[in-house]
Design a protein around this ligand. Sequence first.
Ligand code: ADP
Ligand code: 5GP
Length: 188
Amino acid sequence: MKEGKLIILVSPSGGGKSTLAKKLFEDFPDLEFSVSATTRPPRKGEENGIHYYFLNSEEFQKKIEANEFLEWEEFYGGKRYGTLQSEVDKKIKSGYFILLDVEVKGAVNIKNIYGDQCLSIFVQPPSLEVLKQRLQARGTENDETLSLRLERAKEELTYADRFDQIIINDNLETAYAQIKQAVEKFMK
Ligand code: ADP
Ligand code: 5GP
């Protein structure tokens, strides 16, 4: 069987990855989500094994030591996030296209490992002010986590040109049409 490929949607938190990914899953039934591991607590509606594998710090640390991560990063005041090699391997070997939702450094690492087998798309918010408004409107952040995410976003935006494509998420439908076109081309 032909091996699958990887698609990475990357952006600062609040850039619109989850919203755009949801649309891709509706349009591309062959797309599978790569479920990451994290030590942050679940948000309302998030389920273990579907949105993330929610681990405590000891469990996460054990997986680092056992070399189970393709990449992992620590941010937002000590929370860890990582892509499990097993998660990618099992799906890619079954011929699936996998969608990864990771932050910029993890995305650069994965792109470096998989090269042309990976399409990396940077979803760029129209401005930091709009990003702030969207994060506030999402209602998931308190003052502290909001400022941590915005602080990190400033640095993350400087990574945009390391990816295969930059898509500005101003109007959602326009941004999605561009992503859909890129994904269709990559999947052919
Ligand atoms: P991420 O997954 O990158 O953290 P989300 O997909 O959760 O970002 O988007 C952050 C918030 O912004 C959500 O409430 C979402 O509904 C909203 N949003 C995303 N894209 C747009 C857009 N183009 N215009 C207005 N609101 C948007
Ligand atoms: P959230 O807490 O909003 O779900 O995610 C915060 C950030 O962690 C997002 O930018 C998301 O893309 C990133 N992230 C999620 N999973 C991983 C992962 O496995 N590796 C890395 N490097 N970042 C991840």
